[in-house]
Design a protein around this ligand. Structure first.
Ligand code: GLN
Length: 203
């Protein structure tokens, strides 16, 4: 299995580490590659879009003329996993909570409405144990860093976890996304869940 990580900015190495650990645990032979050109896409079985700064990553995707190919890749059914800024990039609509300004040029493949920087200054970063039923009984330690929140989901979107009134882990068929950073918690369950999606998409 070959897994790509969008390699412009953010937690790239952390995701690579978690994918490698997950593959070991699942007994799967995995290759992890960084993706920063369209032509890299067609060699991988799925893609991770890491956190970072969504405005910066969007600019870089556009500068490299990757937006259309990235959108086609995911729309054609290849699995995608976005974390934090990665979730913002996948969203149909993303607005900044403070300024109300919409981030244009998102990929728009995931039918959710997102508010960026939802938790404001005082709670810029925090950690909390979350119950995520599809991952089993043990709570997941979720790490939020200037995180967005999913305030609306379309009818084809499943919410796997919530924090107060907003969704923090969503799925639409081949796409999963979290507002928090599973690559930082040392818990491989969400990465393993993603790898299982890739595995079943390849069958
Ligand atoms: N606030 C950032 C954004 O909107 C996301 C932060 C993160 O990925 N940790 O891009």
């Amino acid at each position: 299995m070959k897994i790509g990580i969008l390699g412009f900015q953010g937690g790239i190495d952390e995701h690579r580490y978690m994918v490698n650990e997950s593959c070991k645990e699942l007994g799967i032979q995995c290759d992890v590659v960084n993706i920063y050109r369209s032509q890299h896409l067609w060699n991988v079985d799925g893609i991770i879009i890491p956190g970072g700064e969504s405005t910066t990553i969007t600019k870089l995707i556009n500068r490299m003329n990757m937006d259309i190919d990235l959108r086609d890749f995911i729309k054609s059914g290849y699995p995608a996993f976005g974390t934090c800024a990665g979730l913002v990039l996948l969203a149909k609509k993303a607005i900044d909570r403070k300024t109300g300004k919409e981030l244009t040029n998102t990929l728009g493949v995931l039918d959710i409405v997102v508010e960026r920087n939802y938790y404001g200054r005082q709670r810029e970063s925090f950690e909390v144990d979350i119950a995520i039923p599809i991952l089993g009984e043990k709570p997941f330690r979720a790490i939020f860093i200037r995180a967005p929140a999913v305030i609306e989901i379309g009818s084809g979107v499943i919410s796997h976890a919530k924090l107060s009134d907003s969704h923090i882990f969503v799925q639409q068929r081949n796409i999963i996304a979290t507002t928090f950073h599973p690559e930082l918690s040392g818990d491989t369950r969400i990465h393993r869940y993603f790898i299982e999606i890739i595995r079943s998409s390849k069958r």
